[in-house]
Design a binder for this molecule. Structure first.
Ligand code: ZN
Length: 488
């Protein structure tokens, strides 16, 4: 198959023509979420970026095996080799089994992806379901001589690896400098060098997520899961590996080192990274108070949001920027996206109702090629969107009777819009009604919670006012042991 798809390879730092290993099959791996909290904008961007790539590769005729993992073990606090496991910590705080936390947030992640119209991957492996594979992979690295055992844990020997291969080439770090600046700290803990990273960690007595291994009862390091599962499902060499730019170092750098050490050569042909979303120019973070979950966007339930924003508005907002540019979020920017999306969808539905004339007074024939070319130029979705807007102008002129379109041109225009708007960009008419119902359900809950608070404070006047006015509007309200129930 011959296509002129060019994608930016983070490893070579240039756009390269995409040539798959196998004629018409593509293997693609993307790092998925660590499931210990609700998905936010930072999760939506890689999911949508690689959804676009998945859709476009399929459109080009490839059979794509898309693997997106769920991290449910081994990801420790601060992305470090020490500290508590993020899932175990959440389980301890909520008094749940770690796998209850995993299931709960995995379900919620799936729900968020579904409303964002992100297609499910072909395989979604869990790290905790692939402990054997991770132990085997670790053993391969040990056998190759690029790891060592220390107090029941296994660490990757970065310095030794760097003598044969090159550590740091993806993120552009110089390992000699890293070794130099950390020299005094080295050899004080279990690791020989502070740049070394864990492949297997012996579990401390209080650590609840643990498995047997040849070295100790413990758990895998964070990075080894992607090397092990990528190899298992896509082979020792595969086409594309993606993720957010924040994963480039250390996660992806370590993945390259692990796979090269174990298999003797590099696994991945094209590394792709989406850029980050900032809020008011700042990085998103729980401690900065600017951390907005997707659900809060959909309900408008956050102090930085002027109103609720539908999942399609979020999707369109992300697609309006090229995936390698940063995106700065603000309520005003989302409102602009909302207006843009509704203009696009109105034009799309207007197109369905146009009537054909005997000939065309406007030329709409180049649209398909222009959109294909933009997609082939490293998935340039903002340019595709700008071409669709240009075409909208023509559609409006035809609609107003100022221009005409022939039957065959009209068919072609409809087909291009369906292909790019629905199939490739994955935009669909917002179910505004159900979305508004969600927001209004939250408003009723909010009022009834305020009433509950008023009751607790013995503020009967407020409590009765809320109750009576809701009843007057046609609501039925029932007090229960845990709070309230309501219906219309
Ligand atoms: Zn990963």
């Amino acid at each position: 198959m011959e296509h002129n798809l060019y994608i930016y390879n983070t490893l070579s730092r240039r756009k390269e023509q995409f040539i798959p290993i196998h004629e018409n099959k593509v293997g693609m791996y993307v790092c998925g979420p660590t499931v210990y909290g609700d998905a936010h904008l930072g999760h939506a961007r890689p999911a949508i970026t690689f959804d676009i790539l998945f859709r476009y590769l399929k459109h080009l005729g490839y059979k794509v095996r898309y693997v997106r993992n769920i991290t449910d073990v081994g990801h420790l606090e601060n992305d470090a080799d020490s500290g508590e496991d993020k899932i175990a910590k959440k389980a301890r705080l909520d008094e749940l089994e770690p796998m209850e936390v995993v299931q709960y947030y995995t379900n919620r992640y799936h729900k968020a992806m579904e409303v964002l119209n992100v297609l499910p991957p072909s395989i979604e492996p869990h790290a905790s379901g692939h402990i054997m594979e991770q132990i085997d992979f670790t053993r391969k690295i040990l056998d190759a001589g690029f790891a060592y055992e220390s107090e029941g844990s296994i660490y990757f020997d970065v310095e030794k690896y760097n003598k044969k291969y090159q550590y740091g080439k993806l993120s552009g770090r110089n390992v000699e400098d890293m070794l130099e600046t950390t020299r005094e700290l080295d050899g004080q803990g279990e690791k020989r060098r502070s740049v070394d990273f864990a492949l297997w960690k012996k579990a401390a007595p209080e650590h609840i997520m643990r498995w047997k291994s040849p070295w100790s009862e413990g758990f895998p390091g964070w990075h080894i899961e992607c090397s092990a599962m990528g190899t298992k499902y896509l082979g020792a060499e595969f086409d594309i590996h993606g993720g957010g730019m924040d994963l480039m170092f250390p996660h992806h750098e370590c993945e390259i080192a692990q796979s090269t050490a174990a298999l003797g050569k590099e696994s991945v042909h094209y590394w792709m990274h989406n850029n980050m979303i900032t809020i008011g120019g700042q990085k998103m973070g729980k401690s900065l108070g600017n951390f907005i979950t997707l659900e809060q966007f959909f309900c408008g339930n956050h102090k930085l949001l002027s109103k609720p924003f539908s999942p399609m508005t979020i999707r369109f907002f992300i697609l309006q920027a090229h995936y390698r540019s940063t995106v700065d979020f603000s309520s005003a920017a989302l409102e602009a996206s909302e207006r843009g999306l509704s203009r696009l969808m109105e034009g799309y539905s207007r197109l369905q109702k146009l009537t054909a004339s005997s000939n065309s007074s406007v030329d709409t024939t180049g649209l398909r090629t222009k959109c294909e070319e933009a997609m082939c130029d490293d998935l340039n979705t903002p340019i595709v969107i700008s071409y669709l807007f240009e075409a909208l102008h023509g559609i409006n002129l035809i609609h107003d009777g100022k221009d005409t379109i022939s039957a065959s041109d009209l068919e072609e225009l409809k087909s291009v819009f369906t292909l790019f708007v629905e199939d490739i960009l994955g935009l669909k008419p917002d179910n505004q009604a159900s979305f508004e119902i969600e927001a209004y359900k939250h408003a009723i809950d909010l009022l009834l919670n305020m009433r509950l608070e008023a009751k607790q404070n013995k503020d009967w006047a407020t409590s009765d006012k809320i109750r009576n006015e809701l009843i007057a509007l046609g609501f039925e309200i029932k007090d229960t042991k845990d709070g309230f129930e309501w219906k219309i």
